[in-house]
Each structure stands twice: as C-alpha cells, then as structure tokens.
Design a protein around this ligand. Structure first.
Ligand code: ZN
Length: 367
C-alpha cells in the first residue's frame, strides 16, 4: 500500500480541558469568569435527555436572565434547525453572549459549535459547510460531553445536513474547536446501554478506518492506536459501564476526536452517511449496522466487533434495507460514492472499480 500525505499541516486542539469525576462542578465558575459588564449573559444548550431535570441548567451556573435551550436529539442537526435556533437566540437578546455551554451528546455539542460560529460570523449555516469558510472566531464555548464516542468534544467540525441539498457536511474550521472541554466520566453513568455501546463504537470505527487507510499522519496514528486500545479495554471487559471503563471510554472519545483532525475515515462512514441521509438513522447506530455487514473490508475489526457486541449483549437493528425500491437504491449509491476522500483512503482513487453499483447494493441488502 502506498502511504499518502493527508495534507494536514497545522492542527488545532481544544484550548483547555478539565478531566475527572466531579469535573462538571467547575463549569459554573468557568461560566462566571467569562461574564463581564458588556457581556453579562450566557447561553446554555442542553441535551433534551435532561429536560425533566430542572436543576441541570442551574448546576451549570445558569441565571434567570440567561438563555437555556433544550436541544432535541430526535433528528441530527440540519442547517435549517441551526438557523432557526440562532434566530430565536438573537430575537431574545442573546446576540453577544459571554459564553455558550454545550451539555450533552454529539448532536448538542455540534449544535453549540455551529451556533457559536454563526453568532459572530452572521449569515446561514449552509454558507459555512466545507473547509475553512468560517471567517472570524465564534463566541467562547465550553463543551461538556454526557456520552462518549463521537469525539465531537475534540474535533474542528460540527456535522449538519442541509435538507434541501442532502449535503451532510460540517463547518470544518479552527474556530469550531471548543475553547474549554470538561470531561467528567460520572456524567455517563445513566446512559442507556445500547446507546452507550453504539456511540462508543464510533470512536473505535473512526480509528480502525484511519489505521487501515492510505492517508497517514504519525500523530494521528498514535491517537488512533491508543483509542482502539482503550475501546478494547471497555468493550472486551465484562462490564463496559463499570466506573473505570466509563473513564476509559471518555478518554477514547477525546483521543479519537483528536485523531480525526489528522486522518480520514474509510468505507464504513460513507455507507453509514447514506443510511443517515436516506433513512434518517443516527450516525452511531448506522456505523455499527455497516461494520456488521462490511466484514470483507475489515475482517479483523469485524471479528472483534462481533465479540464485543455479543459480550455486551447489545442488539443491532436488523433488516433496515429490507424493502429497497429502485429510487432508494439510486439514492443509497449516490449518497455513498460522493464521499470520495474516505473511499480513496480505503480503496484507492479507482475505488469505483471495486465498489460497483451492484456490490454497493448487495452490501446494503445485508444490513
Ligand atoms: Zn463517526
């Protein structure tokens, strides 16, 4: 295999981070330190999983004059939903907040990053889908993940789908990186088991794809190797949700996010993106469905994945592509092959020679 240069020369990591059980108790002080006479208010974007826990916002330091918004996780962010949220915040007088706190899973963290960029850059979310299109730094932002795996807390992107064009692409920019991340493993204690598994596997899948690819970066490889090791610690143990294992997975998620900044994914993510765009399946469960069907591309990871899912007694949705019509087949193929960079990373620039329409559909039919 020829090793290709990722082209990534300069990498920005999270400005500061705090780690450990109980670290979340420091968020209120962090928020207070950002308030000033000119910017007295803050914005809190909280995963709607916590909607009924009325004390969540106040425990993070929210005051009655701040904006507290619960982010729906039914659907992944769209450029349209981000624009609506920004308009609501601006109308309620929160154009220049002291800081934005994102508290939740990948959807909520990505939403916080996108809102931060839009409040200072203006315009619409779709204008910034791509690479280095964000012009000026966003509002100061603090990320607090409450589930581990997507690495959203560490990455320089915030994934959004434009429902008009079908484009699923984030605002890839140094300005998208959180200024401060608070990693508190005690927050993941109550995550439902299936969701914990699927989301955690996102970190594993990113890194096995990166390590199998042609585009390589020595630092990215080191992050990826340790992420895979930590995921093995977690998912090959008897209890993936034991205290120490939840701590391992939070570190894996963060390091996996750092790995993404310098590497590319492979065949799994393009197929998974197609399942998300065509059927609205969430990213992490879609990844697992795809890895389960793509053993021919990743035989070792596939065997390990099967071992993990059986050991943790997690059930994978079946038959998601059971009733394909011609239109659905065409949509799935188009949504898969448009991810040229990851497919080139995995299969070479002539990837269509091996990844024919017939083969793509036969793989989807296994899911
Ligand atoms: Zn992913």
């Amino acid at each position: 295999m020829t090793i290709l240069d990722t082209g990534v020369k300069i990498v920005r990591n999270v400005g500061r981070f705090t780690f450990g059980d109980g670290a979340v108790s420091g968020v209120a002080d962090l928020v207070a330190s950002k308030r000033s006479a000119e910017t007295p208010h803050a914005i809190f974007l909280i995963d709607d999983y916590f909607k009924n826990e009325y004390y969540t916002a106040s425990s993070l330091g929210a005051k009655p004059t701040d904006a507290v918004h619960f982010v729906s996780t039914v659907n992944e962010p769209t450029t349209q939903s981000i624009d609506e949220l920004v308009a609501v915040l601006q109308k309620s007088g929160h154009k220049t907040p002291a800081t934005i706190v994102g508290f939740g899973g990948g959807i909520t963290l990505d939403t916080a990053k996108a809102v931060s960029n839009l409040l200072t850059n203006g315009g619409l979310a779709a204008e910034y889908q791509g690479w280095d299109l964000v012009r000026v730094p966003g509002v100061h932002k603090i990320g607090v993940p409450t589930i581990s795996g997507t690495g959203s807390e560490a990455t320089r992107t915030c994934v959004m789908t434009n429902i008009e064009t079908g484009l699923k692409l984030g605002m890839n920019s140094d300005f998208t990186v959180f200024d401060h991340v608070v990693l508190d493993p005690s927050l993941t204690r109550t995550v439902p088991r299936n969701q914990y598994f699927f989301t955690g596997m996102d970190a594993y899948i990113h890194c096995i794809e990166a390590l199998a690819g042609s585009y390589r970066n020595a630092i990215g490889d080191a992050y990826s190797r340790e992420t895979v090791n930590l995921c093995r610690n977690v998912f090959l143990s008897n209890d993936m949700m034991a205290d120490e294992r939840r701590s391992d997975l939070m570190v894996a998620s963060y390091l996996g996010g750092c790995a993404i900044a310098t590497s590319y994914v492979g065949v799994i993510h393009p197929f998974s993106a197609a399942l998300s765009v065509v059927f609205g399946l969430h990213h992490c469960v879609a990844n697992c469905i795809v890895l389960d069907a793509l053993g021919e591309f990743y035989p070792e990871a596939h065997t390990e994945f099967r071992k993990m899912i059986e050991l943790q007694k997690v059930e994978l949705p079946r038959g998601v592509c059971a009733n394909l019509t011609d239109d659905l087949r065409a949509a799935l193929i188009a949504a898969t092959i448009k991810h040229e960079k990851p497919l080139t990373n995995a299969l070479g620039s002539n990837f269509r020679a091996t990844l024919t329409d017939t083969r793509i559909i036969s793989l989807f039919e296994k899911m």
